[in-house]
Ligand binder design. Sequence first.
Ligand code: ADP
Ligand code: MG
Length: 264
Amino acid sequence: PAPLDSHGPARIIALCNQKGGVGKTTTSINLAASLAEYGRRVLAVDFDPQGALSAGLGITVHDVPTVYDLLLDTKRDPREAIVQSSTPNLDVLPANIDLSAAEVHLVNEVARETILARVLRHVAGEYDVILIDCQPSLGLLTVNALTAAHGVLIPLECEFFALRGVALLIETIDKVRDRLNPSIKLDGLLATMYDPRTLHSREVLERVVEAFGDDVLETVIGRTVKFPDASVSGVPITEFAPEHAAAQAYLRLARELVARGAVA
Ligand code: ADP
Ligand code: MG
């Protein structure tokens, strides 16, 4: 993709699927790193109390402000919590287990669904893209992410039951569009953990394309142990194994999203 002459305001993309283990965090990390490699200024927001995105980018979150502190005080400057990753152009807004208390704290807030949107407003001008790594639930935190977002990317594991729950997720997105965020778009469904050697991986992918047509991204992420290995090392796959097909797949995803207009 062509380099950018100027930066911001960010397009905000939520990575969402209430099913765990489908590749939300892996995609957030590696798409963020790929876009950063193409010169986009990227902020990756860890919005899961498990803190896997923070850990996967080598960030330890101990005795420092996190996204949770920003949710509790939306006037606070997010830059107090944002940290630079070791990847150029890639910043992280980290999370830790504190975030698990957020739903309880926010439930009685005025405009409780728009709190993350107000946090991100302070820094949107400094980035080209903000990726929000959602937790595996459709609760208030995820609704906050969908309310803050311009687009949603849905990772789907190429396994039996991949489509189970997607209807409910789409319903939730429709409700958010109707009530809170009229312009939110489905940026695409991303097939992950694809194993071309198994018949059922191919069948699942076929069924997903049957059900969602052009909303299914052309890029497919293959299954490989390089991903868990890279996470343990705390770096994106594009740095851990830049020549590996898995790194190339995420770079391709970044180019596809630019080509589709989902990212500048
Ligand atoms: P989620 O955030 O949706 O829960 P993760 O991205 O954390 O999912 O992925 C779940 C597990 O699967 C992690 O251990 C991750 O390293 C691994 N994983 C993710 N993508 C792949 C892949 N394409 N091939 C093999 N393992 C993967
Ligand atoms: Mg995750």
